[in-house]
Write a protein that binds this ligand. Sequence first.
Ligand code: ZN
Length: 333
Amino acid sequence: MSNQYFIGVDIGGTNVDALLVDEALANEIFMTAPIRPGDGTRPIEVIISLIEQLLAKGGINDWSSIKAIGVGVPGLVDAETGVVELAVNLDEKSMNLGDILQTHFGCPAFIENDANAVALGAMQFLVDASIKNLAFFTIGTGVGSGLVLNGKIFHGSKNMAGEVGHMFIKESDVRCQCGANGCLETFVAGPAIGRMAREATQNGTATSLSKHTHLDAAAVFTEADAGDAVAIDIVKEVSLVLARSLQGMIMSFDLEKIIIGGGISRAGDSLLNPILAEWKKMRADSVMAESMLQPDKLMMCPPDFRAGAWGAVAVALAQSVQQNEPMVLAQPS
Ligand SMILES: [Zn+2]
């Protein structure tokens, strides 16, 4: 086992995940902990304690062998300084997470917005090594994305690049949590799919969705797969909006791949196939679409891929390569 290590930390809304790998990106150790254990422990204390436990589990007593820590966290992140603004999961308005971890563990710590980290991780660990331009769409309670262009995270001018959940799609009566109407996430996020299902059951149409006491996106995909016409219509509507939005991303950035992750990606082929069916229609109408919307450009994140944790490891790797001598990056075993 090599004696240098990378640590990736993914700070979610309910849990913190941490992954330790050696320089060969092998011998992975994964741990997770609730971010608010309910005993008054602050999120930052949970994070530090989890990393310490991870090191102990790996038998790493000499912390100077930690090459770098990478962190993915929701919020407005300045990757240069390590400062996180609007760090809701940390219960802080602003925190220099980079400084705190660097001081405590005595190694470089690199902080990145979680959606960006996940996109970098997908490039490094999920797709063909030749792919350098991709987007990772996370669709869960909201919709966000991370963009990797020419092999690097694209931050934009205000670190806001990839906020696709708030792209305007079309007029709608549904208000988005950002305050606007017509945002992408009000059409395709989990709560939106649940809302469409509840509306459908309330208008009296016969549908097997009615038997679900908890009408969520999973119920809709299950019933659509079982042939329920109402559920199929909802999936079609969601897929059409997504197919067009993804087309917009590909046309804007000439992307080689888009990966869909987040809770909705558990629908797998039940969502992938209807989106690809829409793309097929677009290809039939346009030579441009024929060249740009090939089905292999879109994939669902495999359910067993720890996108957040590997994304954070990728941030640690990429930054330490940038700061040190070139090193050859291996694929994980
Ligand atoms: Zn919005």
